[in-house]
Design a protein around this ligand. Structure first.
Ligand code: PMV
Length: 351
């Protein structure tokens, strides 16, 4: 049976998280950290998922498929959220693309990142699942823009269904790759041509809440203080426009200042954790041009802008000494790709 292997980058939000859920623009980029998804169609009506992941103790899960719904095994709470992105993605793909095949899927996830690192890991799983489903059913060219668009849209739908609320930022960035200006009202992810590589560090600390919970916290705050929170979201939208301009003009000092201001607004929205407040302040004291929480918050990912490569290494050492894990020091140019190394895939896949 045909085996497909997909290499999916995760992403970092440079500007605009949370406000993007309320239709404001955002800037995000893929980074060179990857999740691999391998899979094939099987005759049995089952969903078999194997995790080759240092963070997940359970190695293999078999789910029975009843009609069009995959029933989650109740005692697999630890990985049930992870599985729900895969099961929901397959369901959405089959329904939307009217795939009538009655069989199931055998899938392997390979990752070294914790599920909730705040680097768009759930979006990477959603994009990978949809791409796998599309490729297994229709042997289409995923470089075709209309196919990429379908994958981005269905992956976004998957995130919305699992999380309740989600912007297209993560799924579109991971589908298309590179530095992207997100217009959620279309939805579209416009490529931003940055004249130079930014000297950055991207890291994370343990995330204490799910993205869904953090998005809900902001929503509740907005219900309580509607006028003020709407103004803060508008300000984030304005920061994004200025940041886009600063990137295009290679004005890194201004970009850093805008990062700090964006971080301040995220603090006001109440999603910045204590460890992040400390790390961000320390990095700025160490000369970072700017630094901010990135993504949903509650711990999770952060980004800092250094003056040059040597300074970036200094900032990396400081952040690691404060307990963070640094995963990238540059942005990545691409979205997901299909691995062509089929010999390895065929030899290794679960049977
Ligand atoms: O932390 P992440 O990578 O899950 O990013 C969440 C970004 C939010 O803007 C908070 C939510 C969204 O759907 O855009």
């Amino acid at each position: 049976m045909n085996v497909i292997s997909i290499k999916i980058p995760v992403k970092i939000t440079l500007f605009g998280e949370h406000a993007v859920v309320y239709n404001k623009p955002a800037i995000a980029s893929t980074i060179p950290v990857f999740i691999n998804i391998l899979g094939r169609s099987i005759k049995e009506k089952k969903l078999i998922i194997e995790f080759n992941d240092i963070n997940i103790p359970t190695k293999k899960v078999v789910l029975d498929k009843i009609t069009n719904t995959y029933v989650l095994v109740p005692n697999e709470i630890y990985i049930s959220r992870f599985i729900s992105y895969i099961a929901t993605g397959l369901d959405i793909c089959k329904n939307e693309l009217q795939i009538t095949d009655e069989g199931g899927y055998e899938i392997r996830i390979e990752s070294t990142l914790p599920i909730g690192a705040g680097l768009g890991t759930s979006a990477a799983i959603s994009v990978g699942t949809i791409a796998l489903c599309v490729l297994l059913s229709y042997n289409k060219d995923v470089e075709d823009p209309s196919i990429r668009k379908i994958i981005a849209l269905l992956a976004w739908k998957t995130e919305q269904k699992v999380q309740g609320m989600a912007s297209p930022m993560d799924t579109f960035t991971i589908t298309y790759g590179g530095l992207r200006y997100i217009k959620p009202w279309i939805p579209e992810a416009e490529y931003i041509n940055s004249p130079n590589q930014l000297n950055i560090i991207v890291g994370y600390t343990p995330k204490k809440f799910t993205t869904a919970e953090l998005v809900k916290n902001v929503k509740n705050l907005k219900v309580k203080e509607e006028k003020i929170i709407e103004k803060l979201l508008d300000i984030i939208g304005e920061i994004v426009e200025e940041a886009r301009d600063a990137i295009i003009k290679n004005d890194v000092e201004r970009l850093g200042t805008l990062m700090n201001v964006n971080h301040g607004v995220l603090e006001a929205l109440g999603i910045v954790s204590l460890d992040h407040s400390y790390i961000i302040k320390t990095l700025i004291a160490a000369g970072a041009l700017g630094a901010k929480t990135s993504g949903a918050g509650g711990g999770g990912a952060f980004i800092a802008l250094a003056k040059n490569k040597i300074h970036a290494t200094l900032l990396k050492n400081i952040a690691e000494a404060l307990g963070a894990r640094i995963v990238a020091m540059e942005l990545y140019e691409k979205g997901f790709i299909i691995n062509n190394d089929s010999s390895r895939v065929l030899k290794d896949l679960i049977v």
